[in-house]
Write a protein that binds this ligand. Structure first.
Ligand SMILES: [Zn+2]
Ligand SMILES: [Zn+2]
Ligand SMILES: [Zn+2]
Length: 277
């Protein structure tokens, strides 16, 4: 499997849209890996994970033919993970030769946002019935999409909805996609996570140096999570341990994140990074 990180920032982007803090200031000056769009990934060019407002930018930058993608996993309804209005462009009036049906998997809040966005009056002449289909998923109710076994796990994030992180396995390879979540997961979630062995874990590192108490993770949480999974024998030999979904509020430049990651056997994600497992 190959997971490509299309965007690696939290909701406000990096540099943040209206921010001139030290980190954002440096990011504008430096460019390169210090410029981050909102979080999105694609697995083997087949399974798209999350749909931020930057999806269009990602399609341009990485020359993605998204009309071929038929499976989109949504973690939760926050706008940096789900910007549903753009889905209307999969209708054949805008998206010629888009292949088959795009299945959008998400929770109840994502479903509500989906229908509110695609059923607005001005788009009613272009119904999505033949091009996009919403599929409601529930925590711990696994399903199969294009040969990938997918297990949604209840995250520790916005309590107003059933936010999800995902375990995905295929052909003996397994990854944990953990954006967005904190460490205060339910017993059921930890039991589920710890019942797999991973080749890749992708961990929330929104808060960088800052301490957190759930909702997101910082670098000390990431190290704790690695310790915990290693202790349970859940990391395969040579497992790749990625940190991503960064915020300027974490107070670290990409160079500093990379240095920290290097010292602790982690990989600091950047936009465009691909990990093969
Ligand atoms: Zn987020
Ligand atoms: Zn800033
Ligand atoms: Zn979120």
């Amino acid at each position: 499997m190959e997971l490509q990180y299309l965007g690696t920032a939290a909701a406000e982007g990096w540099p943040a849209l209206f921010c001139d803090c030290e980190i954002c200031h440096k990011a504008r000056e430096k460019g390169g890996k210090d410029l981050r769009t909102r979080t999105q990934s694609i697995l083997d060019g087949t399974i798209l994970i999350d749909f931020p407002p930057d999806t269009y930018t990602h399609a341009l930058r990485y020359r993605l033919n998204l009309g071929k993608v038929q499976h989109l996993l949504i973690t939760h309804s926050h706008m940096d993970h789900f910007f549903p209005v753009d889905l209307i462009h999969r209708h054949e009036h805008f998206g010629h030769n888009a292949e088959g049906m795009l299945h959008v998997y998400g929770n109840e809040a994502v479903e509500k946002a989906f229908y509110e966005a695609v059923l607005i009056d001005r788009f009613k002449v272009h119904p999505l019935d033949n091009s996009v289909r919403f599929v409601r998923v529930e925590p711990f109710q696994d399903f199969v999409a294009e040969g990938y076994h997918i297990i949604p796990v209840a995250a520790d994030h916005d309590k107003r909805e059933a936010c999800l992180i995902y375990i995905i396995e295929k052909d003996g390879k397994c990854l944990l996609y953990g954006h967005d979540t904190g460490m205060n997961l339910s017993r059921e979630a930890w039991d589920c996570i710890c019942s797999y062995q991973y080749d890749l874990i992708s961990m929330d590192a929104t808060m960088g140096r800052q301490k957190t108490n759930g909702y997101h993770m910082g670098l000390s949480d990431d190290l704790e999570m690695v310790r915990l999974l290693e202790g349970k024998g859940c990391l395969k030999k040579g497992a790749v341990k990625v940190i991503s979904h960064f915020s300027h509020n974490g107070g670290m430049t990409h160079g500093e994140l990379e240095q920290f990651a290097g010292e602790h056997g982690l990989t600091a994600a950047y936009d465009g990074m691909a990990v093969k497992i």
